[in-house]
Design a protein around this ligand. Structure first.
Ligand code: ADP
Ligand code: MG
Length: 333
């Protein structure tokens, strides 16, 4: 495709492009294995985009192509208004990348890691020291700054990794699985850091295996499955794409289960768990009518749960349920 066909979405020559990242028909194979089978992306400046997919889906491959670490076999991509194939230096000058595997050197201190980055960005000595100190402070690493990075906890290493990425003051940041392997507290801490970046106007391209994380952080989410974008939209849009919620009734008495199962229409049975699912939007009115009906039929369930669709359901619906993190969120009311 000639580059003139690619919409660059510039709103003036010296302003940032409206699209921080745009890709059309990106393809990548390793041998006869197709990893990316033609993916399109469009990420507005200043937003958080989450590329969501299970292990091996091709998330890192997409990040590597967009950050010019590897080349695509086909398709086109522009990052910060620069073509990744023809203007990789322009792309590199605008982005920061925090890889899935840490770039932190454990043998030297956190501060030395930062100063090394400052050198790589050709910052004058004094400026480098100032930026390093500022970022170490911002990421709560001042106290540990003079200790070897190998002594840092997982959360501290990730924070240092991101601090190093920020030395060059990038406008677009790629974070490849920033919270994988972190404990819940460090994960929430990292979410706070990502929100702060966005508040500063940075565009964040995030990959994650965690639906909850995409739901929490991202303005838009793309689900990567089988080399293709299976769905793309806001968390709310994705949730609306799949059938609504349901009410689940669980029984301990097989006879009560049987009579309820045969009396209710439109139910999905689970004979082993003795549970029934009734499609429902979860409103008070619907809940009341189901309860009234159960009363009038003299049926007593042992447990009633209201299930509203979340991104897990979207993921399972889109991917056939393979290899996704197995989290179910049931709201017992
Ligand atoms: N350099 C490589 N050579 C061969 N296969 C690779 C290479 N890099 C990645 N792959 C394969 O591509 C697929 C996608 O990998 P990756 O992009 O790392 O997925 P993710 O980051 O979503 O876990 C995997 O099956 C992986 O084994
Ligand atoms: Mg990866």
């Amino acid at each position: 495709m000639p580059s003139s066909v690619m919409p660059t979405s510039r709103n003036g020559n010296d302003q940032e492009p409206l699209s921080a990242v745009s890709a059309v028909a990106l393809r990548k194979s390793y041998g006869d294995k197709t990893v990316l089978d033609g993916i399109d992306l469009r990420i507005p400046s200043g937003s958080v985009f989450a590329l969501l997919g299970p292990n091996g889906a091709g998330k890192t491959t997409a990040v590597k192509i967009l950050s010019t670490l590897i080349r695509a076999d086909g398709g086109q991509a522009q990052v910060a208004g620069h073509d990744v194939a023809t203007s990789p230096d322009g792309v590199r000058a605008a982005i920061g990348v925090t890889g899935q595997f840490s770039a932190v050197d454990g043998l030297i201190t956190g501060e030395e890691n930062m100063l090394l980055m400052a050198d790589l960005h050709h910052l004058p000595k004094q400026e480098g020291r100032r930026v390093a100190a500022e970022l170490l402070e911002r990421f709560d690493l001042t106290e540990a700054a003079r200790k070897p990075a190998s002594t840092y906890s997982g959360g501290m290493k990730r924070r240092l990794d991101i601090a190093m990425t920020l030395v060059g003051n990038p406008r677009i940041i790629f974070l490849d699985e920033p919270t994988t392997g972190l404990d819940p507290r460090s994960r929430h801490n990292m979410w706070g850091i990502i929100r702060e970046l966005v508040a500063d106007g940075v565009t964040v391209f995030l990959t994650t295996q965690y639906l909850e994380e995409a739901d929490e952080l991202a303005d838009r989410i793309a689900v990567l499955n089988d080399g293709k974008i299976a769905a793309e939209g806001t968390a709310e849009e994705l949730k609306r794409m799949i059938p609504g919620g349901h009410i689940r009734l669980r029984f301990t008495d097989p006879a009560a289960y049987q009579s309820a199962a045969s009396a209710l229409r439109e139910v999905t049975r689970d004979d082993e768990a003795l549970s029934l699912q009734i499609p429902s939007d979860g409103t008070q009115r619907e809940l009341r009518s189901i309860l009234d009906w159960l009363d009038s039929a003299d049926i007593e369930a042992d447990e009633l749960t209201v299930h509203t669709p979340d991104l897990d359901d979207v993921f399972f619906a889109l991917t056939g349920g393979t290899d996704a993190p197995n989290k179910t969120k049931e709201n017992v009311r």
